[in-house]
Structure formats: C-alpha cells, structure tokens
Design a protein around this ligand. Structure first.
Ligand code: F6R
Length: 364
C-alpha cells in the first residue's frame, strides 16, 4: 500500500527517519552510550582484514564502510562487487572477516560470494534486510536492517539502514581493538542517534529538489562528485539517476575529475557536488570551482555554512542540516534519492518498476 504517496519509492524515502531509528535502536544502547551487536561465537577482536562483498547500491555501503572501518578500527578493508569477487581468486584466510550486504539476502552473486568465503574458512557477517533469506540463514553473524519490505526497485531505505548498521559495526570493531575511549564511543553514539532527525530535516527540502529536478531533466549526462566517505555516495546518486530516469550519470571522486571526466564538462552537463562542511570540504569545493569555470551547471549539496563558504559557482544549492561527517553519507542520501525520483517523475518514467530491472537478481 502506497498510502498517500504517488510511488513506493517516495513512500520509502519518507520512511527513512523511522526505519533508520528502528535499525539504530537495535544497535545503540542510548543509556550506556555504547554500540551493541547481536551475540556471536567468533572473536571479532582478532580479525586481520575485512572483505566486503555486495552488488549495486549495497556495494556502495561496502565502500563507505571501508572508510569507516579503516578510520576507526584501523583494520584493512577491501571491497568487491560480488560478480568479480570469486572469479579473481581472492587471497583469503580464516583470520579475515567477510561481510555481505544485501537488501533481499538472495542476490545470486552475493550469495555465491558468501559461500566462497565460508569455504575459505572466513568468519562471515551479513547486513541483510530480509530475515528469512538465504544469506540471513547462512552467515555466522546476522546484522539485520529493520527497513521493512522495500517494494520500489530502486533501493532507498534499505541503503540508509545498511549504513546505520555499518557505522555501528565499525564502532564496535574500533572498541574491540582498544582504539575507542568510552567518551569517543559515547560521542559516536550521540551522532548516530541524531541521524533520524537530520534525515527528517533533509526531507523538508523536497520541493526545492523537485524544482532542481525539473531544471536538469533534459540533460543527457550528469556527473556527481564527492570525496572521502561521500565519494561512494556520488556513485550511488549516479546509479539512482540512471536506473529510474535513464539519464547517463557517473559518480567520481572529486579529485579524479581533472584526470579525465572534466573533458565532458560544458554548460549542458549538470554536476552534483556532495560537500558537507567537514574535513574534505575545501578540496571538494576547489574541484567544484574548476568545473564551474568550465561552464558546468553546478548543484551544490551542503549545509548553510558550506553553501556560504563555497561562494560563487553553483546555479542551485540544496541545504542540508549541519551534521557530523560520520552521519553525512546517511543524511545526504536523501537529496540524492529525491533528485533521482523527481527527475524520473518529471520525465514520466516508471519509477517503481524501471525497465529491464528486477528487485532481486537471483541469476548470475
Ligand atoms: C539499486 C538497486 C540494486 C541493488 C542490488 C543488490 O537501486 O536496487 O543495485 O542494490 O541489486 O540487491 P540486494 O541488496 O538485494 O543484494
């Protein structure tokens, strides 16, 4: 049931404050200001490396997780798309933790990757939305997302819930390694706890985003830039736009733009710049200025401070609440999803059932 919403995708975007809160509710102990994971046999304090495997949107959760786990827990992380993982004959050993991320828990390549990890003796964990799925049953440590059923083919609420779990896992690994003081952990827990309200604040910009969507709907190509943990979100934005509006889009690490894609830039190319104020802001904004100087139609997604500091260049801005860099990828998912949604609606495509796509890809 879509309720009062025109599409399941829009309904699911708007459910995010609730489902992210529900998901965090099972990983955060608010009173103790600690993260908590479900009980498991394996000892996560001793893992040597992490490998994260997933497909599509879920693989971007893996890439963001790499930033978080390496930063907080100082454990090397590699991320692979599941269709490549097995066939490159990865170097694996039982001291590693293998993580799969999947909404459905049935994606054929990801399931095969999980089985490959298990046969190599890895401890496995799964960030999975469907509790009765094959992956949920087969992993050693099930880390459920509580997004509820996701009907729209384009993944939205599952993605932000997966990020919430990934952030909790990174925090736990950091604590187990002795790298996080109680005060630092309490601070992270507080910031994660702020995510649902910040998502709500982001949703309030729906009408501005709809107007921007109408401005860019005629584009043939759209580029997305981000840096650090917001770089995979640029790829997620591009994927979302491609799959439901059929506009060609690419997500790039902001600093990579001048190594090739800048050649594409002219006044017909919208450039979506994801740049919350924080450690990567200045550098990303200087990349934005390089593109604006070449005529790019820059749409800057930042907070009030960032928008003010960015100065001239953007043709439009989308203002987000000011948030801690840890939760920025969660909160900035919202404008990226809404932009794709509104462009698709303006173009009249079938938002919930885009052509050629299936909700769950159960063949290789
Ligand atoms: C994108 C999308 C797909 C899925 C991918 C993995 O919006 O929905 O890229 O993310 O097919 O599916 P799950 O998460 O079910 O393994």
């Amino acid at each position: 049931d879509k309720g009062n919403y025109r599409h399941f995708m829009l309904k699911e975007i708007h459910e995010q404050p609730i489902v992210v809160a529900q998901t965090l509710g099972s990983y955060l102990r608010a009173v103790e200001e600690q993260v908590a994971l479900p009980a498991m046999d394996a000892d996560l304090s001793r893992i040597s490396r992490v490998v994260i495997v997933a497909c599509g949107t879920a693989s971007y959760v893996g890439l963001i997780g790499k930033y978080w786990i390496e930063r907080f827990a100082r454990i090397p992380v590699e991320v692979d798309v599941a269709s490549e993982f097995r066939y490159r004959d990865p170097v694996l050993d039982p001291s590693m933790l293998g993580i799969v991320v999947s909404q459905s828990g049935e994606t054929a390549d990801t399931l095969a990757a999980l089985r490959h990890m298990k046969s190599a003796g890895l401890t496995t964990a799964g960030i999975v939305n469907v509790p009765s799925s094959s992956m949920a049953r087969e992993v050693d440590l099930l880390l459920p997302t509580h997004a509820g059923p996701e009907i729209g083919v384009a993944s939205t609420k599952a993605f932000t819930c997966q990020l919430a779990v990934m952030a909790s896992l990174a925090t736990m690994l950091a604590r187990l390694r002795g790298l996080l003081s109680a005060a630092d952990e309490a601070e992270i827990v507080r910031h994660l706890g702020e995510a649902p309200a910040a998502i709500n604040a982001a949703l309030a910009h729906d009408a501005d985003i709809e107007a921007i969507g109408r401005r860019i709907m005629g584009a043939r190509d759209v580029l997305y830039l981000g840096r650090g943990a917001d770089y995979p979100l640029a790829m997620e934005g591009a994927l979302k736009l491609k799959e439901i509006s059929y506009i060609h889009a690419e997500g790039y690490a902001a600093g990579e733009m001048k190594h090739g894609p800048i050649a594409l830039i002219d006044e017909h190319v919208p450039l979506i710049v994801i740049a919350p104020s924080g450690p990567w802001f200045e550098k990303t904004i200087s990349n934005m200025h390089e593109a604006a100087a070449r005529g790019a139609q820059v749409i800057l997604i930042s907070d009030a401070r960032g928008i003010a500091d960015a100065g001239e260049g953007p043709i439009a801005t989308i203002e987000m609440p000011e948030v801690h860099p840890l939760i920025a990828p969660i909160v900035y998912s919202v404008p990226v999803q809404l932009l794709a949604y509104h462009v698709a609606v303006a173009k009249g495509t079938d938002v919930d059932q885009p052509r050629n796509l299936a909700k769950s890809v159960t063949v290789e």
